[in-house]
Structures are given as structure tokens and as C-alpha cells.
Design a protein around this ligand. Structure first.
Ligand SMILES: NC(=O)c1ccc[n+]([C@@H]2O[C@H](COP(=O)([O-])OP(=O)(O)OC[C@H]3O[C@@H](n4cnc5c(N)ncnc54)[C@H](OP(=O)(O)O)[C@@H]3O)[C@@H](O)[C@H]2O)c1
Length: 348
């Protein structure tokens, strides 16, 4: 297909770290394929990180940008780049079709992502995001803004990296009542419990997770269960259709799990995992994050410390499970492309 006959879609990418940088790389590598397969020319016209921005309404050179970021530079180092320019300033100044948001999570105020998403949805831009913060804090408001403007907000990378956990629940369980969902959405805790089950102490397992790059320097949000709870809130709102907030989730992390607990579970043929679950009790879902001994035959029990997974128990489709082995953040970054294509491509 001739590139001129493609539909051009202009993108702003906010946040150029592990996810944003890899997303640019995927867009660059796949551009000819996306033109040929979907007739879409995905063109990045603005990017911004914590130090500045680069803007070109004709389209930025993505290979050059990725190179700058891989060397530790900023979008401001791109020829003609702007230092000290915030994501909101870029979203306000640059005309684009989609805001692709990949800045860090902030659960106090959701910034810088939340203001940018509000602005985008009020000014004709769809939103694609990997950032949980704005969704946990303002899911209902963002969906209402999108609905009122006939725009879309897509966020499949927020829950379990590259696993299409949300899409599966929203689309492929059509007509079903979800009686229970169980998820392992947090890599750090799965990795730590996996290593502890192999004989490491909790401190050794945490160090190993940090060395592997799957735990933050401050891992408290993960080990205390909050990251899994954030993801459960997003699943509850988007898949179960309930206006759940963080305070609706009963949260227990893995810090109380001892070697003796793991040994006892193993002797009984069980594996302890940090499970995020929503279970229908009468007409209401009970939302829980807790270390849970899963029987060996459970679809989540045998997943390694580098897997994430989800099981939906339904009234008419039985139990459907999906998992992903994610050893680097490429699938998470690719989930932003999946979201873009779900907005623009003529998918079956
Ligand atoms: N990493 C994963 O595996 C993964 C998976 C799924 C979802 N996510 C989510 O994706 C988002 C990005 O994660 P990440 O791992 O890519 O984070 P990251 O590596 O820390 O990158 C964050 C990016 O945002 C920029 N940034 C930080 N504060 C900013 C500010 N105030 N204004 C403008 N830009 C700012 C940083 O700028 P500099 O480049 O200048 O530092 C960097 O480019 C997070 O919300 C995360 O939860 C991550």
C-alpha cells in the first residue's frame, strides 16, 4: 500500500522511559507493516519526558529519539527540542489525534498523567495509557469525558503488562456473568514468592528481584499488595462494571509469608501466590488481594515468577485462563500499540 493512501494518525507520547522508549521503537520498526496491514500511518508529532520535549508536526525521527534516550538524554536534546516543557504544555500546544501516556504512577494526585488525559479528552484526542494512577483515581470521570466527546480511553497495559486481561474480560466474555476473577498481576511478588519457595530468605529473594530489574528500589507498593490492588480496581471498573475504589479492596501483602508457610503449602501440594480476586457474593463483588495457597491444578499455581496471569470463572463459558511470560517490558509497551489499533484498525 502506498504510504500516501494511508490514514495518518498523529500521536503525542508522554513519558519516554522503559515503556515510552520501547513504544517508540516498536512504532519505528513496525511502521511499514502497520501501513501495509492496516492502512495506518502512525506518526509521532510530540514527545516529552521529565526534562523537556521535542515537537515536529511533520513527524519526529523515532530512531534518533530512541538513540538519544538510550544514551540517557532527554527529548529536549532532539534537534530543535525544548527544555523545561511539561507534558501538559505539549498536550495543550500540539494538535494530535491520540495522547499516549507512559509517565510514572502517582497515587496521590495522578500527575502529570491525569491533567494531560483530562485535557486530551476535552480537546478531541483519544487516550492510550500504561499509567494506572489516573484510572485508579478518576476512572468514572475519565470515562465520562471520553463518552461525552465520543472519544476512547484505552489502557490494557495497566493491568498485567502485555497480557490482554482487560480485552479478554470486556470483549470475549460477552453475555457471561463473571462469578469470580483471580489474577496474578504483580511480577515482583510472584518472583519473590517463587524464589522463597526455592529456599531463599525473603531478603535474598527481594535482592534477586531488584537485581533482575523486576522490583523497584522502594518495593513497598508491590510487597504490601498495593500495586495488585490498583490493578484489581481497574479490572473491577472496566471488566466487572462496578465503580470500585481502592478503599473497597481488602489488601494483605506478602511480608507476613514465612518459609514455614511456603513449606507447609508445598507439603500439601499447594503454591502460595499473591492473588487479586473479585468474587461475587450475592449481588456484590468482594475484592481481595492476599497471599493464597493455590492447589497444584489451579491454572495460576504453576506460573513462574516471571509470569502474570488471570482466570475468569463464568456462568456460560466455564473458566478461561490466560498468562504471559514477561521477562522485559516490550510486551507492556506493545500493549499501547494494541490499544491504538483497537481504536483505528478495522479489527474483526
Ligand atoms: N515498566 C513496566 O514494566 C511497566 C509495565 C506496565 C505499565 N507500566 C507503567 O508505565 C508507566 C511508565 O513506566 P516506566 O517503567 O516506563 O517508567 P520510567 O522508566 O520511570 O519512565 C518514566 C518516564 O516518564 C518521564 N517522567 C517522569 N516524571 C515526569 C514528569 N513529571 N513530567 C514528564 N515526564 C516525566 C521520565 O522522564 P526521564 O526520561 O527524563 O527520566 C521517563 O521518560 C508507569 O505508569 C508504569 O506504572 C510500566
Amino acid at each position: 500500500m502506498d504510504i500516501d493512501s494511508n490514514t495518518r494518525v498523529d500521536l503525542i507520547v508522554s513519558g519516554l522511559g522503559n515503556i515510552g522508549r520501547r513504544f517508540l521503537s516498536i512504532l519505528d520498526r513496525k511502521r511499514p507493516y502497520l501501513c501495509q496491514k492496516y492502512g495506518l500511518d502512525l506518526n509521532v508529532v510530540g514527545v516529552v519526558d521529565s526534562r523537556g520535549a521535542a515537537i515536529d508536526t511533520h513527524g519526529l525521527d523515532l530512531a534518533r529519539l530512541v538513540n538519544i534516550k538510550e544514551k540517557g538524554g532527554s527529548a529536549a536534546d532532539y534537534p530543535g527540542g525544548y527544555s523545561d516543557t511539561s507534558p501538559l504544555q505539549v498536550v495543550q500546544r500540539v494538535r494530535a489525534d491520540v495522547l499516549c501516556e507512559a509517565t510514572p504512577v502517582n497515587m496521590e494526585h495522578g500527575e502529570p498523567g491525569l491533567s494531560c488525559m483530562r485535557h486530551a479528552l476535552s480537546h478531541g484526542m483519544h487516550v492510550v495509557t500504561a499509567n494506572k494512577g489516573p484510572l485508579v483515581l478518576a476512572y468514572g470521570e475519565l470515562q465520562r469525558l471520553a463518552r461525552e466527546s465520543r472519544l476512547r480511553i484505552k489502557f490494557c497495559g495497566t493491568v498485567a503488562g502485555g497480557l490482554p486481561a482487560i480485552n479478554l474480560g470486556q470483549r470475549d466474555l460477552a453475555g457471561a456473568r463473571i462469578e469470580k476473577l483471580e489474577a496474578l498481576p504483580n511480577l515482583t511478588t510472584s518472583f519473590i514468592l517463587d524464589r522463597m519457595a526455592q529456599g531463599m530468605t525473603d531478603a535474598q529473594a527481594l535482592s534477586a528481584a531488584q537485581a533482575q530489574g523486576c522490583a523497584e528500589a522502594d518495593p513497598s507498593l508491590d510487597v504490601d499488595g498495593w500495586d495488585a490492588a490498583f490493578k484489581l480496581v481497574i479490572l473491577a471498573n472496566s471488566v466487572l462494571g462496578i465503580p470500585a475504589a481502592l478503599q473497597d479492596v481488602s489488601v494483605t501483602g506478602i511480608t507476613g509469608v514465612t518459609q514455614a508457610d511456603l513449606d507447609r503449602a508445598q507439603a500439601e501440594g499447594r503454591m502460595i501466590k499473591l492473588v487479586a480476586s473479585a468474587s461475587l457474593q450475592g449481588e456484590r463483588y468482594q475484592l481481595t488481594v492476599a497471599p493464597t495457597p493455590l492447589p497444584a491444578g489451579h491454572p495460576l499455581a504453576q506460573l513462574s515468577g516471571q509470569h502474570m496471569g488471570i482466570v475468569y470463572h463464568t456462568d456460560i463459558y466455564g473458566a478461561i485462563a490466560a498468562s504471559i511470560l514477561e521477562t522485559e517490558p516490550v510486551p507492556s509497551a506493545a500493549s499501547m500499540l494494541r490499544d491504538l489499533l483497537s481504536i483505528y484498525a478495522d479489527l474483526p
